[in-house]
Design a protein around this ligand. Structure first.
Ligand SMILES: Cc1ncc(COP(=O)(O)O)c(C=O)c1O
Length: 381
């Protein structure tokens, strides 16, 4: 009698997951501690927007709270509300949650009701928050963001000058942070870093009592000049390499295994997959594996990335489809080609950074694309 019959008789549910994503929260905590150590004496926050870069904001934030992190950033008011409601009474009284996009018209009350601190990015956001503070009859905390060279979010230098000439426009607002964002911090030699630093020093001088906050993950590695009072890393917490061309000091957080569905032999000259983008140069064994672009496995990895079975590399051949990929398993020992066998997709040998390079993107996009169909397993710290 095979095992599945045994399991069915015992009433146990068979393992139906087509792919398993393992998220190591101990590695997230260890990465945060490493970044905090590098940034010290500045404090270290955690950026947990986009569901903690796709890894699950609630478990990630719980783990980081356990490690002592007390400053968090999301992008959207909705993300902040969701996080506060998910954590409920477990949200520490001394922890702060900032919203990077600030307050769009009509969301101020919700922002305040959920104790979210907006990052004010424009004169109209400042005015909106001030109007709410007046209605409340008390000062309300907010971060102020200036644009130091990215032209994306934050007050322009001219707007900053206007604001400092008319300080009444900030009455009722208690600036907690003065912040800006670096555009190329992963490239240490890029002169933009020093230019943004100079501009940030000037910006910060306007609000000397607020905490200065500039460095993202890569910014922490640019040196102590960039640390100010609070560092704001996201990607490196989740294993993304902070500096281009240098060894990655962060611990890998994500592991992904999919399953072999079936395999077939193709003869020399036979083509594989949609639009026949690969043709066999020899008689080959082709493995079909249960993941695809519907799982966030990027189509641009077609004919480029590797899978691994029992430690043997299987290069992708043919196009990534919606639910399957095909790989050249000719070098895999035939006895390993068993339907249901675990196939390594993201592991220490081909981590998110390597996969990103193969797929022609960055590791941020690999992480935030990780699919909803994967069964997620968390390793607790
Ligand atoms: C304003 C801001 N601060 C901090 C971060 C975190 O950056 P990183 O993930 O590179 O550490 C981001 C991420 O995009 C951001 O937009």
């Amino acid at each position: 009698m095979d095992d599945s019959v045994d399991a069915a008789r015992a009433g146990a549910r068979a393992d139906t997951a087509a792919a398993v994503l393992t998220i190591d929260l101990g590695a997230v905590v260890s990465n945060w501690r490493q970044l905090a150590l590098r940034a010290a004496p500045a404090r270290c926050a955690a950026v947990v927007k986009a569901d903690a870069y796709g890894l699950g904001a609630e478990p990630v934030v719980r783990a980081l709270i356990g490690a002592g992190c007390r400053e968090f950033f999301v992008a959207l008011v909705d993300e902040g509300i969701w996080l506060r409601e998910s954590l409920g009474a477990d949200w520490p009284a001394d922890a702060r949650l900032h919203v990077l996009h600030g307050v769009l018209p009509g969301v101020e009350e919700e922002c305040l009701a959920h104790d979210l601190i907006p990052v004010l990015n424009s004169p109209d956001q400042i005015q909106r928050w001030q109007t709410l503070a007046r209605r409340q009859g008390r000062a309300l905390p907010a971060a102020i963001q200036g644009d130091t060279g990215m032209a994306r979010l934050g007050l322009t230098p001219t707007e900053v000058v206007h604001l400092t000439r008319e300080p009444q426009r900030l009455e009722g607002i208690e600036p907690t942070l003065v912040m800006s964002h670096l555009a190329s911090a992963e490239e240490p030699d890029n002169p933009l870093n020093a230019l943004q630093l100079r501009r940030f020093l000037a910006l910060r001088a306007h609000w000397p009592r607020a905490l200065g906050c500039l460095a993202n993950s890569s910014g922490i590695f640019l040196g102590s000049d960039y640390h100010f009072d609070l560092a704001r890393p996201g990607a490196a917490l989740y294993g993304v390499a902070p500096t281009v061309g240098q060894a990655n000091p962060m611990r890998p957080v994500v592991r992904l295994q999919a399953r072999l569905i079936q395999w077939r032999e193709v003869v020399t000259g036979e083509a594989v997959g949609y639009n026949h983008t690969w043709r066999a140069g020899r008689t080959s064994r082709i493995a079909t594996v249960s993941l695809g672009y519907a799982d966030g496995y990027l189509r641009s990895a077609s004919n480029r990335a590797l899978l691994r079975l029992n430690g043997t590399a299987m290069p992708l051949v043919g196009r990534v489809s919606m639910d399957t990929v095909t790989a050249d398993a000719t070098d895999v020992a035939p006895e390993c080609l068993v339907p249901g066998a675990a196939v390594d997709v993201i592991d220490e040998q081909q981590d998110i950074n390597a996969l990103a390079a193969q797929a022609g993107t960055n590791a941020y996009e690999i992480l935030t694309s990780l699919g909803a169909r994967y069964r997620r397993e968390y390793i607790t710290p």
